[in-house]
Design a protein around this ligand. Structure first.
Ligand SMILES: Nc1ncnc2c1ncn2[C@@H]1O[C@H](COP(=O)(O)OP(=O)(O)OP(=O)(O)O)[C@@H](O)[C@H]1O
Length: 299
């Protein structure tokens, strides 16, 4: 179980993460999503004790990373796929890593099998493709057989077959009751394996919950000369309504319900439409103000 509790991190003038709170449940794959610069890597680094929070805490099984007794058995992480020495052979790289995690040579062979690198185990890492380095990083993270897995953009460099393999592996690992947090800036990448998502933008939380709750509820657009009045009425009926160029945009109500409220109140509608919100559209909607809000060169 991972808990991010009121986490903030400031780098000079940049608020990389602002008062972020969410939990990552065990037994599921959780996608950690947000556009570039949203604060995902900073959050993951705080979770692994690599960044000191300005405020708040990032906890694994109730403890900050520094206080875990056997950290490599509790959490496995891949933050950068290129961390291995290029001159070292894949198997040797894992054997060196295995030392501190207490894993023996047999475990090294097991993780090589798990990530599909057995054939390439005797080759130097410098000649590996990005996808192979991702697999090697994952093998290293799995050495200690950790209950919690934290992966930063693990799909980078994987071909479609590699992505399908990764999805299967993550699902299997979650099925064993592990806590799996996977970051990505592309929703479609995690949508097929994650059942839970956390979305951040500009360092702030935008959504945390089940993936199917994200696209749930389509958006209704009602065009009328009395947009402000309709908006206020709909808000009174539990709809989340906002004005948009002579129209009211509504979440949380069907087109039929919006039409009924308008008819009852004698408001004439010139158009009424309902857009089924796709996951991608919901994601873009939740993060849309970011590009405009972020000064050029902030990254
Ligand atoms: N060590 C640092 N020093 C200064 N600023 C930093 C540092 N690390 C991150 N930042 C800034 O904090 C913000 C959040 O960065 P972060 O890398 O956490 O985002 P991200 O969501 O992981 O983005 P990406 O998907 O591009 O990796 C960015 O504006 C970034 O420039």
């Amino acid at each position: 179980m991972i808990e991010i509790d009121g986490l903030s991190k400031r780098f000079g003038a940049v608020d990389a993460v602002r008062d972020l709170t969410f939990a990552v449940p065990a037994g599921r794959v959780t996608g950690f999503l947000g556009p570039n610069g949203a604060g995902k890597t900073t959050t993951l680094r705080a979770l692994l004790g690599l960044v000191r929070p300005t405020a708040g805490a990032a906890l694994i099984d109730g403890e900050p990373y520094q206080r875990l007794r056997q950290p490599r058995r509790v959490v496995g992480a891949v933050l950068e796929a290129t961390a291995a020495h290029p001159g070292r052979r894949a198997r040797d790289h894992l054997r060196v890593l295995a030392g501190p995690s207490g894993a023996g040579p047999r475990r090294v062979e097991e993780v090589l099998d798990l990530v599909g690198l057995r054939e390439a185990a005797g080759r130097r890492v410098g000649g590996f493709s990005l996808g192979m380095r991702q697999r090697l990083g994952l093998a290293g993270a799995l050495l200690g057989d950790p209950r919690v897995l934290v992966l930063d953009e693990p799909a980078n460099g994987l071909d479609p077959e590699g992505m399908a393999w990764l999805r299967g592996l993550l699902r299997d690992l979650a099925g064993e009751g592990r806590t799996i947090l996977v970051s990505s800036h592309v929703l479609s990448e995690v949508a097929q394996s994650a059942d839970h998502v956390v979305i951040v933008a500009s360092g702030r939380l935008r959504y945390a919950g089940p993936l199917d709750g994200l696209g749930a509820g389509s958006v209704v657009l009602a065009r009328t000369g009395q947009a402000e009045r309709l908006r206020d009425l709909l808000a009174g009926h539990g709809g989340e309504a906002s004005l948009e160029a002579g129209a009211v945009r509504v979440r949380g109500m069907s087109a039929e319900q919006v039409g009924e409220v308008a008819a009852r109140e004698g408001i004439v509608l010139s158009a009424l439409s309902e857009e089924g919100a796709s996951l991608e559209a919901a994601f873009l909607d939740l993060t849309k103000d970011v590009a405009a809000a972020q000064p050029a060169g902030a990254r």
